[in-house]
Design a protein around this ligand. Structure first.
Ligand code: AHR
Length: 661
């Protein structure tokens, strides 16, 4: 026989063996073994929390539902958001004054409206936050500070106008020559997302106005000056363990002058001093020159919100450093007292009894009971030796006065590299409590890093994965989308946080909110317009992890090994001692169904369980205002025994809850 024949035969054999092996691999059933009778470390209640920053109109125009932009005429251009309204001759006049208001320190500007006799309608229009949202049948509280200057103005007519239609109106009247607050109720007779507000001064004369407000009556818990209920509901339903606030780079400011100073965010609304929002002109791709912080949602509202949604507050303080991506301005080390005092006073505002200075202020705002603050962050995303020096001064002062308050410190803006290594080394030497790591990376990075914490030291500082999000285009860009691939990759990564929750004590996705017409940064967990909101696939990933957190880790073997993320399966297991259920979470990032034989060692299933499946075969799938639940969890019955098999759908994240005896 020829040499060629032999060669062909050998090749054929090799090919058949290879084919057989491939088939064996495909046919091989994957296994998950959970050691139910050997619960490990307790899962921290804070493992899944929230990061709130006023970015993307997250506060004014978002969670803080005031409809009037620049309501106190305090923007550097006092008429930004306002324009003259005239309905024929003779016209009146508008003037902005900056002395003689109710509070000349924090809120000095106001508007003077002068109307001549015989006018057919003169006043001002406010454009709202990319329009004003009102709902048919809903009631809104209109209020204004006003005083009469001269003449006989009879009333200020208030109209909500959509296109050419007035869809709600009311009026206030009876002005005297002292500043007073006038209120009226307005009911909308139609729904509009982008209406505007007209203020028409009737009669002939001059009136000063300030602090103009149109506020929904339907707020969270129906509080006056309360928060937007649909958004708070989405947060509360996540059962978050903590709420970090107010950021983010907002904490730092582009310059120290523009840093977040909590004392100017509490008290009466006209005592809260407006400042520029540092995201105003941050990105050339989406400038928002009308973005300021009114602090209607200030520190008091923040503590209340944390309490309402059952989250531990985690305030972040400026540590004498402005944003290092901007000015990098530093407060000299010997001048840090003021910054440290701010932190001390905030702790007092949150926790001190009502007979103290700050406790009294909290009580006066309506909350005599302490907020029970347990942790505080020193600096946001700082780096370098200047940060370490400042942290040391803060830590010394705070630990001496409040040894039980945990301090959160920064690991810089990226998940590795020189800055990161330097900070971890230093913070370890300083025996820091919690180190805040940030990762905004490509989806693949999240899948590849599901084992990131497996080899972190078990002693020393704990990890706070304080800001993370998978970016669909892999870098900060306006093209990033909240796709299912991003969310699924985050889910794969989070199984690694859970398996290492003795080291990773806290984690939060960032940013939280984005207004669909006014954002600067993407992706974001929750998107909204002036009336509607929806959770992204990333929101549902976070929610599924958080509401199925469990109380103790359970040892888990995937295909007989403790390594996570093998052949596109990622998983974790925990016990919920409260409900007596084993929780198994599995992320299948592959494009095929994975049949997995699941064994619960040392535990018997008591009755059928439940499966919650979040899935889409389309990696680019997204939710939207019109299709808010395109990618959302589906609940299924789960017939189980101690050994059972489960088919994990392609590109899915599944949570199994199995009641055990
Ligand atoms: O989440 C957006 C920004 O990303 C935060 O403000 C900052 O801390 C990080 O750079």
């Amino acid at each position: 026989m020829s040499k060629l024949y032999h060669k062909r035969r050998t090749l054929l054999c090799v090919l058949s063996i290879a084919l057989l092996q491939t088939q064996l691999v495909f046919a091989q059933t994957r296994t998950i073994t959970v050691q139910v009778d050997k619960p490990g470390a307790a899962i921290p209640k804070t493992l899944f929390g929230l990061f709130f920053e006023d970015i993307n109109f997250g506060a004014d125009g978002g969670l803080y539902p005031e409809r009037i932009k620049n309501r106190s005429f305090e923007f550097p251009n006092p008429m930004m958001g306002w324009k003259q309204l005239e309905r024929g001759e003779p016209k009146g006049q508008l003037y902005v004054y900056d002395q003689g208001s109710i509070n000349d320190t924090a809120n000095s500007h106001y508007l003077r409206i002068k109307t001549p006799a015989g006018n057919k309608g003169f006043g001002v229009v406010n454009e709202g936050f990319r329009g004003i949202g009102v709902e048919k049948g809903a009631e809104y509280s209109f209020s204004v500070r006003a005083r009469k200057v001269d003449g006989s103005p009879t009333a200020l007519r208030v109209e909500v106008e959509d296109g050419q239609r007035v869809i709600g109106e009311t009026q206030v009247a009876g002005f005297t020559n002292v500043w007073k607050t006038y209120t009226a109720s307005l009911r909308a007779n139609d729904t509009a997302g982008k209406a505007r507000l007209n203020l028409v001064l009737e009669g002939a004369g001059t009136v000063d106005i300030d602090l103009v407000s149109l506020y929904p009556k339907d707020t969270w818990q129906n509080r006056p000056n309360g928060l937007r209920s649909d958004l708070v509901k989405l947060l509360k339903e996540m059962k978050p363990g903590f709420l970090r606030f107010p950021g983010g780079c907002i904490v730092e400011g582009r310059t120290l002058d523009q840093r977040y100073q909590w004392k100017t965010t509490i008290g009466d609304l006209d005592e809260r001093r407006l400042i520029i929002n540092r995201w105003n002109t941050e990105f050339n791709w989406r400038q928002t020159p009308d973005y300021y912080q009114s602090f209607g949602l200030g520190y008091y509202e923040y503590f209340l919100l944390s309490e309402d949604i059952g989250a531990e507050p985690l305030p972040i303080m400026n540590c004498g450093m402005a944003c290092q991506f901007n000015s990098s301005e530093l407060a000299p080390l010997e001048d840090l007292d003021h910054y440290i005092q701010d932190a001390i006073d905030l702790i007092e505002f949150a926790n001190a009894p009502v007979n103290t200075n700050w406790g009294r202020k909290r009580a006066a705002m309506g909350h005599p009971k302490p907020f029970n603050l347990k942790m505080i962050g020193i600096g946001n995303e700082q780096w370098g030796p200047q940060y370490v020096e400042r942290y040391e001064v803060f830590a010394k002062a705070l630990k001496q006065k409040y040894p039980n308050i945990e301090l959160v410190t920064s690991a810089g803006p990226s998940p590795d590299g020189e800055r990161f290594d330097f900070l971890w080394k230093k913070m370890r030497e300083l025996n820091a409590d919690l180190i805040d790591e940030h990762y905004y990376m490509a989806p693949k990075w999240f899948r590849d890093n599901a084992t990131r914490y497996d080899n972190y030291p078990r002693t020393g500082p704990k990890v706070f994965a304080g800001e993370y999000a998978a970016q669909s285009v892999g870098i900060a860009s306006p093209d990033n989308r909240n796709t299912w691939e991003c969310a699924m990759s985050e889910a794969a990564f989070i199984t690694g946080l859970e398996r290492n929750s003795d080291v990773v004590k806290m984690s939060s996705y960032a940013p939280l909110f984005g207004h669909v017409d006014a954002w600067q940064w993407t992706p974001n967990m929750i998107w909204f317009d002036n009336l509607r909101s929806y959770g992204t696939p990333n929101y549902y990933v976070q929610k599924l992890f958080s509401v199925n957190r469990g109380t103790r880790q359970l040892p888990l073997m995937l295909d007989g090994s403790t390594k996570n993320g093998v052949q596109e399966l990622y998983s974790s297991a925990m016990l919920d001692e409260g409900t007596g259920e084993v929780i198994v979470k599995v992320v299948n990032t592959s494009s095929v169904t994975k049949d997995v034989a699941i064994t619960l060692n040392g535990g018997k299933s008591a009755r059928p369980g439940r499966a919650f499946v979040l899935q889409s075969e389309d990696l680019k799938a997204e939710n939207s205002l019109d299709q808010p639940m395109k990618v959302a969890p589906v609940e299924r019955q789960l017939p189980v025994s101690s050994d059972f098999s489960y088919a994990f759908l392609p590109r899915s994240f599944t949570v199994l809850r199995i009641p055990i005896k």
